[in-house]
Structures are given as C-alpha cells and as structure tokens.
Design a protein around this ligand. Structure first.
Ligand SMILES: N[C@@H](CCC(=O)N[C@@H](CS)C(=O)NCC(=O)O)C(=O)O
Length: 202
C-alpha cells in the first residue's frame, strides 16, 4: 500500500490508521504548493488531493471516510470500526462530522481565505469559518462528554478528530476541554507518536 500525504494535512489521520494497523506501507510525500497539473498525486487521483491510498492491486481510494472505512473493514484486528451496523453507522457519523463540517466547512474557510479577491472577502470567510468551528466544537464537546473516545471505544473517528485538533493547536484556534483532553490522549498512543515523528511534527 502507498499513502500520498502531505505533512500535517488531513492525510495525518489516515497515516495514524496505517500505524494502528501495523502492516507495511509506503509514504509518498506530496507538495501541495505545487499546482494540480504538476502535483505528483494527480496522475493517480485527478482530484489532486491527499489522502490518496493506492492498494496492493494498484487500485486507488480517495476521500478520507472511504479510505478509513476500507482500512477498518480489511483490518478487523485493529478494531478501528465496530463490527455491528449500528456501531459502524455511529462511527462514520462522527468521522464525517470531523471531515465534512469541521474540516471542509470550518478550517477550509480559514485556509483558503488567501484565495479571496479582497481583504474584506478574506476576513468575512474567516469569520464564517470560525463561527462554524465554534458551533462544531460545541457539538464535539458534547459528543465526548464522559467518554475517552468519540464513539465509546477508540475508532477511526478519533483519528479524524485528531488531525482537526492538530490544526487547531498549530493555528492557535481554541478548542474545548474535552477536545483538548482527547488531543492529549491521542498523543499518548504509540501509533500517533510514530506518525508525528514520520511527518516531522513531533
Ligand atoms: N474530501 C477530501 C478532502 C481532502 C482535502 O481537502 N485534502 C487537502 C489537504 S488537507 C488537499 O489535498 N488540498 C489540496 C488542494 O486543495 O489543492 C477527503 O475527505 O479526503
């Protein structure tokens, strides 16, 4: 298997899952400052995004939730997803909230503000992103109430929350007490420590 990743990008969460699984895989570094036509991932993923996973048969999976689901289902011993349907649904629900809402609707507005046409547009974009994050963080705070992990036991959803919390820490965006505790808990996991070291983020 090969994971196309960029240090500290959302691919960090999939990298953590690969470390949790413990099977051999190869990391292919992608420079996201290179525009898509020339970006090294483009020939295998026309969306030109990371994470992109190349399976041993050469087939490619894109989109964090799909990659996480496939890794979890093909590596049941790693216990990254409950085996029962209700457990799987709740895990995907929590994971997708981190990816679709916190990342794509929240942090993306902060990242891409630089693409705005005017400084006013950029500021407005950041403001909307921050509002979405504030509402999202409150939701995650409630989801984590009385629990160590998003869905009761450790799962792929926690790796998605981890990359989001890592952005918050790097950008000085305040989270919530339960999120901060979750972030600290994640960093005690050997798989997370190995991932951070491999990406030069330790
Ligand atoms: N919906 C995608 C999002 C992937 C994504 O946004 N990746 C970012 C890095 S965090 C990326 O590759 N950005 C490159 C770009 O926007 O050109 C997923 O779930 O994997």
């Amino acid at each position: 298997m090969q994971l196309y990743y960029s240090p500290g990008a959302c691919s960090l969460g999939i990298h953590v899952l690969l470390e949790e699984i413990g099977k051999p895989y190869e990391l292919v570094k992608t420079d996201l400052t290179v525009p898509p036509p020339d970006r090294n991932v483009t020939p295998i993923n026309p969306k030109a995004r990371v994470p992109t996973l190349v399976r041993d048969d050469g087939s490619v999976i894109t989109e964090f939730p799909a990659i996480a689901l496939w890794l979890a289902r093909t590596n049941p011993a790693a216990k990254l997803m409950p085996e029962d349907l209700e457990g799987e649904v709740r895990t995907v629900e929590a994971l997708d909230y981190c990816v679709s809402t916190l990342h794509m609707q929240g942090f993306s507005r902060l990242f891409y503000a630089r693409r705005a046409k005017t400084p006013e547009d950029a500021a407005a974009n950041v403001e909307v992103g921050k509002q979405i994050l504030a509402r999202g963080f409150a939701r995650v705070e409630a989801m984590l109430d009385g629990k160590d992990w998003l869905t009761g036991s450790y799962s792929a959803a926690d790796s998605a929350l981890f990359y989001v919390c890592n952005w918050a820490a790097a950008m000085g965006v305040e989270t919530t007490p339960n999120m901060a505790a979750h972030f600290a808990r994640m960093k005690t996991r050997p798989a997370v420590q190995a991932t951070l070291a491999q990406e030069g983020l330790a």
